[in-house]
Design a protein around this ligand. Sequence first.
Ligand code: FPP
Ligand code: MG
Length: 337
Amino acid sequence: MNSNSTPAALSGRKDLEDIYKGISEDLDRVEESLQVFSSSSNLLVSEISTYLFQKDGKRIRPALLLLCARLLGYQGRDHILTAALVEFIHTASLIHDDIIDNADVRRGRDSVHARWGPNISVLLGDYLYIKTLGLSLESEHPQVIRILTDISAQMIEGELTEYAMSGNLELGEQEYFEIISKKTASLFSASCQIGGILGRATPDEEGSLVAYGRNLGMTFQIIDDLLDFSGNERDLGKPILSDLSEGRITLPLIYTLNQDGHRNRQRLIGLLSDKKSAAEGKEEILKIVKSNGALEYTFKKAEEFSVKSKETLSQFPASAHREALALLSEYVLSREK
Ligand code: FPP
Ligand code: MG
């Protein structure tokens, strides 16, 4: 649905490469670091790490850190280490998330949980996470450790609240925004903040980078939740309508449920009231959600966050890196995968 409102040219992998062209050498070094940091004499760790760190991820969080550091003229060496660390945390969180969400497919392949089972997945997620904290002690910037531990706690809180609210049809838009701000946007903003700290940002500049990252992360998660309704499984590399199967109440549903008096509201409540009927009635739910403009509304909200993220960049002088960050805001909004 969003291909009408945003440039289709920004939706694919190649376009991300284009946006990343000013940091492509840095990103190559981050890839090398991911390999080195995850290598282990333990066969399972090394086997799963090789599986995980193939070059098929979008690498948005490391790219954000690198772009923000370079935006402020950073010329040191800490950017590669810290960029690898935010990707490590992201990867650890997805391994755990796929267990919680019962998700068998990620990036078009078996999830770690589907291939190795939940026990090994929990341990592997823990391993990557603790490895991240250990490696962060090697950073020349001690604030990095505090930021990474703080946002990890926020991510866990967000994920916990989301889980606790599963199936709760009273979930409001504001509560939904708080959940996704913690579970997703916090790592985006932390990546930008660390880039800013490396580049010796002034407090104002750091505040703007944090705001840019948070708004971008909000856009990212709202589009993720939209694509669960409107996306295409092949492009996404994961099944659609999976939030419904897990009883996850996201913005398209919240909007539909808030349409007091709408004739479909009661039917929707009936279908969603227990997880089993929600899973069985997925196609009907999709039809109801589509028919009342919820997907357009959800896209509009994502667009508002994307616009806000771009606005916060105006305090930085024009440069190729600022342009790349602005393009990333558009990419995240228009992405179909
Ligand atoms: C994906 O959401 C999940 C997250 C963005 C955060 C997950 C966080 C945790 C599991 C807490 C643990 C954190 C650490 C640091 C180990 P989603 O399910 O909506 O996205 P998806 O469709 O890609 O699965
Ligand atoms: Mg998930």
